[in-house]
Design a binder for this molecule. Structure first.
Ligand code: P6P
Length: 282
């Protein structure tokens, strides 16, 4: 597993340089979800592919930027589901973006996720790792591209931040009531439109709720199980929180296809219990 983390570190340094100094324009291509790909999306994907090609334990790569999974080393043990540059359009307006990695065995179901990593490209480059070891660990990159352990991350039983995703006009009325009730309790709005910095902020600040629900126009939500949802569900659970689709534990789900989406709620335990109460019977 350590050689996989090292490949992610090498990728992070190269992607950060691409974000900072290269073209953030749109390509002529679309990904499987129909998003027009930024040149940065394609370049970040290529960088990660190159770095994982050096890791013999990686059997297959499944990228959000590609329709299907690609075989790598036949004798490898791990399948990597990843989003090379999540929220990449935010780089256009100089906001933080991130890379997300799920490290699976056998298939891309939540129960087969063995480790999860994300990298935040913001004022600093930071990497968070969760695996079978006890703690969720955060590392900071120095000017040479070396990552140094900074701190462990844990979620309090209840937090103060509320990150409500999705088009509000398309929210189900009971979801709007849930979000409004948190604000009436004094929660602070923290939502940039980038899943990685938004979920990172809640982790660093010790708790709250990030939601990207099913909506009238997108009943299955927007965020992809394999590349985005399962890795963060793993990290939030390891940090002492919870992650559900409104009723079920997210890591109990299995995608029919690697690009399948699901409604998702990540947070401290008190907030997740509140979601379950509101959504019970809906
Ligand atoms: P909306 C970015 O495009 C992304 O995939 C996630 O990073 C983010 O949480 C979500 O979509 C934002 O979606 O509909 O709120 O703009």
């Amino acid at each position: 597993m350590k050689e996989i983390y090292k490949a992610i570190e090498r990728s992070a340094k190269r992607i950060q340089e691409a974000i900072a100094y290269e073209d953030t324009g749109y390509s002529e291509n679309q990904n499987q979800t129909g998003d027009t790909q930024l040149k940065l999306d394609i370049q970040s994907d290529l960088i990660i592919e190159e770095e994982f090609a050096k890791v013999s334990s990686v059997k297959e790569l499944a990228s959000e930027e590609k329709d299907e999974a690609c075989p790598l080393h036949t004798e490898g043990k791990y399948l990597i589901g990843y989003d090379p540059l999540d929220g990449s359009s935010l780089a256009d307006v100089n906001l933080s973006v991130g890379s997300i990695f799920g490290i699976y065995e056998n298939d891309y179901s939540g129960k087969n996720l063995k480790a999860a990593v994300y990298v935040v490209y913001g004022p600093r480059v930071e990497m968070v790792i969760a695996d079978e070891e006890s703690e969720v660990r955060m590392y900071k990159m120095d000017k040479n591209g070396t990552f140094h352990f900074a701190q462990n991350l844990t979620l309090n039983p209840k937090g103060k931040l509320n990150a409500p995703g999705g088009t509000q006009q398309q929210w189900y009325p009971y979801h709007k009531a849930l979000i409004d009730s948190l604000f009436s309790e004094g929660y602070r709005l923290r939502y940039s439109g980038g899943m990685v910095p938004d979920l990172h902020q809640i982790l660093i600040k010790g708790g709250g709720l990030f939601s990207y629900p099913g909506t009238l126009d997108k009943p299955k939500g927007k965020l992809r199980m394999t590349f985005e949802v399962f890795p963060f569900a793993f990290i939030y659970e390891k940090a002492g929180g919870a992650a559900i689709d409104a009723k079920n534990r997210l890591l109990d789900l299995s995608p029919a296809h690697i690009h399948d989406t699901t409604p998702c709620f990540f947070g401290s335990n008190d907030e997740i219990e509140k979601v379950k109460e509101v959504y019970a019977g809906k």
